[in-house]
Design a protein around this ligand. Structure first.
Ligand SMILES: Nc1ncnc2c1ncn2[C@@H]1O[C@H](COP(=O)(O)OP(=O)(O)O)[C@@H](O)[C@H]1O
Ligand SMILES: [Mg+2]
Length: 357
């Protein structure tokens, strides 16, 4: 698993740019707004067929242009491309997205997984401190890349959920529930939820079994089970709410540490509430190491590690822990100043300087 080259056309702030990665470590240097995060996002698109944040696909098209293209070649000469285009007619705008493997269009479920990556950026701290959607995204970002059954389940689940919510909305307005229609979507949701929940559970178990050298913590999986019985239980409430109230789209995780300074033996403390900023950072750093190990165990190959501008927020101790992660797999590191990177590492790295745009 090695990304050898990347080519961007009308992607975000890039008009046309080509990058080659030959060595195990690539260091991308650029001032603020030079396009470091955009470059990282383009690689994430090649891995998953979607963005790393919740933005719309159309947002990646360079301002004033109509078609964005991301292409990359991986080690075994497979060429991956994502093309997003905008077509305007008088009435409306249509956004089209294509995922291509060696020039052949694929469904997203068949496109993702050719290139597997782990991304680490300063915003990852929000996984711990903000709401549950980022924690579900953490699970999806990882499991969608390494598991085709999971990808298929998420794609089907998401579509079925949208249909079922539309039915609920309808039922709320009209006061009539068409049970036959519900039965179809309920079954589809129940089947796919079972796959998603099981695979999330396996990853959580992997985290909890992992021997954590940087920072010890435990993850609690607060799963929202979707079953016929639970749907029945929430039937009344759902009519009022107009949306599906149970299922993996309501899952959450919480991270707890052991023996915090004032804690007693055997107790755990929620890192979101009681962890210092430093402990939250260590949790994320440890989590990234666990993700690398989980991927290697699951697919038998090492993923590409991408660190996006994380050095300016870390102290020297943390920086050296992070630098230890490099070199074990392809690593692409972005930074504003090359002084953050150990000269020994720089000497053996491809150094790519982004021009100010
Ligand atoms: N669709 C787009 N078209 C053109 N420029 C964009 C688009 N989306 C974002 N940008 C610009 O890209 C720049 C940010 O690049 P980014 O990769 O975040 O920089 P950094 O190097 O600081 O990580 C900003 O100037 C932003 O306005
Ligand atoms: Mg950035």
């Amino acid at each position: 698993m090695f990304l050898k080259s990347l080519s961007l056309q009308n992607f975000r702030n890039y008009d046309k740019s080509d990058f080659n990665f030959a060595k195990d470590i690539a260091v991308v240097i650029g001032k603020n707004t030079a396009g470091k995060t955009n470059l990282v996002e383009s690689i994430f698109y090649l891995s998953t067929g979607r963005g790393s944040k919740a933005e719309k696909d159309a947002d990646i098209i360079r301002f004033g242009e109509t078609t964005a293209r991301i292409s990359g070649e991986i080690e075994d000469k497979t060429e991956l491309s994502v093309v997003v285009s905008r077509e305007n007619s008088e009435e409306r705008e249509t956004i089209r997205k294509k995922h291509l493997v060696n020039g052949v269009a694929k469904r997203r479920a068949d496109f993702a997984g050719h290139l597997v990556c782990v991304l680490f950026s300063p915003e990852d701290l929000d996984i711990i401190t903000s709401g549950p959607s980022l924690r579900r995204r953490l699970l999806d970002d990882l499991l969608e890349q390494v598991d085709k059954d999971y990808r298929n389940a998420v794609i089907t689940y998401t579509k079925a959920l949208r249909q079922r919510n539309a039915l609920l909305d309808n039922a709320r307005e009209s006061g009539v529930r068409n049970e036959k229609l519900f039965e179809y979507w309920d079954n589809l949701l129940i089947d796919n939820a079972a796959v998603i929940t099981k695979k999330r559970e396996e990853f959580v178990q992997f985290i909890n079994d992992f021997s954590k050298e940087i920072f010890d913590f435990i993850v609690y999986y607060d799963k929202s089970i979707l079953s016929a019985a639970r749907l029945l239980q929430y039937k009344e409430a759902e009519v009022g709410a107009g949306v599906t109230l149970v299922g993996p789209h309501r899952d959450d995780l919480s991270f707890s540490m052991f023996n915090a300074p004032s804690g007693g033996q055997g107790t755990t403390h929620d890192i979101k509430t009681f962890g210092s900023r430093g402990q939250q950072r260590l949790t994320i750093l440890q989590l990234k190491i666990i993700q690398l190990a989980f991927i290697e165990k699951t697919i038998g190959q090492k993923p590409t590690l991408i660190l996006d501008d994380i050095f300016s927020e870390l102290d020297a101790g943390h920086i050296s822990l992070v630098l230890d992660m490099l070199g074990n797999q392809q690593s692409i590191v972005t930074t504003t100043h090359k002084e953050f990177i150990d000269p020994k590492i720089l000497k053996n790295a491809d150094v790519i300087e982004l021009k100010a745009r």
